[in-house]
Design a protein around this ligand. Structure first.
Ligand code: BGC
Length: 273
């Protein structure tokens, strides 16, 4: 058994729990601390350190982030403070906790966990996990291997960005009933189906616990579609899985080497969308 602390940074709460990464099970009840106002990196680092102290587990820590994460740097900030853009967040959190911290995009974490222990367990080929909440997150997994930072919520469909048009926030903002929202989501999914031919779509995020409202309305041409299974545990589990992978690949749990030029933030147009 390998036990790693997984932490999920969300818009309203930052949640953590120790995860058995061989089974994907949480070994203790999740502990939740409200996200500090404005979610500034220093304040969030303080909460991550508090969660680390709360569980008192040694070793690496995996943390999710709702934006692009490349080689430990956070490179976009669609729904969080601009101060994250270009920040070496792995280093900031490692200093705050005194433990090796590795960040991963929130949807990538959820995708890893769903593909291995949740709705995608045992499914080969291409699995596309999409999370619908404030934004739309995406995780592309082929035979268990993640292609990180796909950011498919920012895909443009004619003159509309998918996230602004078909997220759960858009459903609430435009006062859509589930059938109307599902029509938008079907348009989006059919386009993704054309681009990636997934064997399986997994629909996660806040809407996954209301699958009875939308599942029958989503129409695809060729792929199977199922709701996510791990619900609000997926991010925590996936973050821990990733931190363990990092710890195994690098001596001392150091993050992968950063290319000499360093990763660059996403273009201005992309990173705030
Ligand atoms: C961000 C993604 C994130 C998704 C869900 C989007 O706005 O760009 O990185 O995965 O929201 O939080």
């Amino acid at each position: 058994m390998s036990v790693i602390l997984g932490i999920d940074i969300g818009g309203s709460g930052i949640k953590g729990a120790p995860v058995d990464t061989t089974t994907g099970r949480l070994l203790k009840e999740r502990h939740r601390i409200p996200t500090p106002d404005g979610a500034h990196p220093d304040a969030v680092g303080g909460v991550v350190a508090e969660l680390a102290r709360h569980f008192g587990l040694g070793g690496p820590i995996g943390v999710t982030f709702p934006g692009i994460v490349q080689h430990g740097r956070t490179l976009s900030a669609a729904n969080v403070d601009d101060a994250w853009i270009g920040l070496d967040a792995d280093a900031l959190f490692t200093e705050a906790t005194g433990q090796a911290v590795h960040l991963i995009n929130d949807a990538d974490a959820a995708g890893l966990a769903e593909a291995r222990f949740g709705a995608g367990a045992g499914v080969g080929g291409t699995v596309l996990v999409l999370t619908f909440g404030t934004g739309i997150g995406s995780a592309l997994i082929h035979n268990g291997i993640l292609v990180p930072n796909t950011e498919l919520g920012h895909l443009w469909l004619r003159d509309k960005e998918a996230e602004g048009w078909a997220s759960d926030r858009a459903r609430e903002r435009d006062d859509l009933n589930w059938k109307q929202w599902s029509k938008r989501v079907s348009t989006y999914l059919q386009h993704l189906e054309l681009l990636f031919s997934p064997d399986l779509f997994i629909i996660g995020g806040g809407v996954s616990k209301k699958a009875d409202k939308w599942q029958e309305h989503l129409k695809l041409e060729r792929s199977r579609l199922v709701p996510a299974k791990l619900l609000n545990e997926a991010g925590i589990v996936g973050a821990a899985m990733m931190a363990q992978g990092n710890a195994g690949q690098n001596d001392g749990g150091n993050p992968p080497a950063t290319p000499a030029s360093g990763p660059k933030p996403a273009s201005k147009a992309a990173r705030k969308k």
